[in-house]
Design a protein around this ligand. Structure first.
Ligand code: GLN
Length: 495
């Protein structure tokens, strides 16, 4: 795989191709977070108000399935790109599906609604891991700019995450839900146009799937693909038959529960299969083992971090003083969602600079992960303070929550862009797209666990729930800290 230009510094000291990928991701995330910002509101709004009229249990179950599924499908999305179509074509086709998905949501019909969600999760599965895999290919393996490049890319993600809710959220909530969905689709269209126009800066990064020299192996891949498609279709048909015959009636909650079981089985089976299926060199084996450890750390991290949209939002709604001095009525609870994205935008360049500045002296990836977990845990200590302060029913200052989000984003900066970068370094090139998929699988598991845990908000009291997250993240950080040395050895020269 040739790298476009080792010394290309056309985009803030980074290869020019990064600018193409940066802006594509800005628009993709604009559509993703723009729509996500009001999806649950739309699901739970009454039919008279143009919504779907679902109760909260059903609405959140659909919401959890949707967010978790988008990341889950990154696994087959990455694999298909690696083996068959190449990362670039995967990004393009994924973007088209996402755009069509949003436009489908713009039509007022239940069938179009679910079809739209389906298109978006499939499209996201194709686009999200593979665009990151291409970023990785812009750099040589030991190029010191790599982590910084991913930090910049991450800033793009959060520009999108800031603009989307602001514009689509406003239009959807205040003007018309379907206008909000359409504008999300339009955003993805901008992203596609700019991706197609910018491919010339990317050399041949992501252009072709990895060459498979062994015809037997190639045949095996085709067989896996066919089997996967057949099994999925058969499973779908069986589920539909059970439902229609009345033998087993699928409610949204039942689908969510079954999905959870499958979701936990997937990483176990996947990693077991991965170790057994191929003939890895000892160095490759060590790196794959590192990926397993980082995977678990990331799943813990996201389960805690993703409380932003669930338990922390409930806390903001119920216990935080949202009346600003110059306002007559409290500002919307959802406004708090802008803080993580804002902090990401502000802090990404700082971290990009920091990693370059520290150069060879920067902490290793597992050490950064441990710091990330620690930060998110410290954030929850602040929340424990907030929960105690409001225990008597008082509304407390918004700064508690804003401070927590700041700490969480400090943690995110140490873990999330670093994780993307590390996956592209550790994964053997022929499975790099799939390994990005594994990275997002951790997010999928984390989103699911976090969502279910947030369900205990009432039953456990906020103080105990936040305390639980302190324990979990600190324990995970502690274990990881103990593993830093052996992991560094297993990474086989990649740091
Ligand atoms: N917020 C980031 C994004 O949307 C990270 C998501 C994740 O990896 N869980 O890309």
């Amino acid at each position: 795989m040739s790298v476009p230009a080792q010394y290309d510094k056309g985009f803030f000291g980074h290869p020019k191709g990064l600018s193409t990928l940066f802006f594509t991701e800005v628009w993709e995330r604009f559509s993703f977070y723009g729509m996500k910002a009001f999806l649950l509101l739309y699901l739970t709004a009454t039919v008279a108000n143009g919504g779907m009229g679902f109760d909260v249990a059903k609405g959140t179950a659909i919401f959890a399935l949707y967010t978790s599924m988008g990341y889950l499908l990154g696994l087959p999305g990455g694999w298909i790109a690696d083996r068959f179509i190449g990362h670039r074509r995967a990004v393009l086709s994924g973007g088209v599906l996402i755009m069509l998905g949003h436009f489908s949501l713009a039509v007022q019909s239940t069938v179009f609604f679910f079809a739209g969600l389906g298109l978006i999760v499939i499209g996201t599965g194709l686009l999200k891991p593979n665009i990151s895999a291409i970023v990785g290919q812009l750099y040589h393996q030991n190029d010191d700019r790599r982590d910084a490049g991913f930090s910049l890319f991450y800033m793009g993600i959060n520009f999108g995450a800031l603009g989307g809710p602001l514009i689509c959220g406003y239009l959807g909530e205040r003007v018309n839900w379907h206008l909000g969905f359409s504008v999300a689709g339009l955003g993805m269209l901008f992203g596609l146009v700019q991706f197609v126009r910018g491919t010339r800066y990317m050399g041949d990064a992501g252009l072709k799937p990895e060459k498979c020299h062994d015809p037997k192996e190639a045949a095996r891949h085709r067989k896996i693909l066919t089997t996967g498609v057949v099994v999925t279709v058969l499973a779908g048909l069986t589920a539909a038959a059970l439902h229609l015959s009345g033998v087993f009636v699928w409610t949204v909650e039942r689908v969510a529960d079954s999905f959870g079981l499958i979701l936990f089985a997937i990483p176990v089976l996947f990693f077991a299969g991965l170790f057994l299926a191929e003939r890895w060199t000892p160095v490759e084996k060590g790196r794959l083992a590192t990926i397993v450890v980082l995977f678990m750390a990331a799943a813990f991290f996201w389960a805690a971090y993703e409380q932003a949209g669930s338990s922390l939002t409930l806390f903001a709604r119920d216990s935080v003083d949202r009346v600003l001095p110059f306002m007559d009525e409290p500002f919307p609870t959802s406004w708090f969602q802008n803080f993580p994205a804002l902090f990401c935008v502000l802090l990404a360049p700082v971290f990009a600079w920091l990693w370059v500045r520290l150069g060879k002296h920067q902490p290793s990836s597992p050490a950064k992960f441990a710091i990330g977990l620690l930060m998110v845990g410290i954030g929850f200590i602040v929340m424990m303070g907030a929960a105690s302060a409001s225990a008597g029913g008082a509304r407390i200052s918004p700064w508690w929550l804003i401070g927590t989000y700041f700490l969480h984003v400090l943690g995110e900066m140490c873990l999330s862009p670093v994780g993307l970068s590390t996956m592209t370094k550790l994964a053997p090139a022929r499975i790099s797209g799939m390994m990005m998929g594994v990275w997002f699988l951790a997010a999928s598991v984390g989103n699911y666990v976090g969502g279910r845990a947030a369900g205990y908000y009432d039953r456990l009291t906020p103080l105990l729930l936040f305390g639980l997250f302190v324990l979990l993240t600190f324990a995970a950080a502690g274990v990881l800290a103990l593993l830093i040395r052996p992991i560094r050895r297993m990474m086989g020269g990649v740091h």
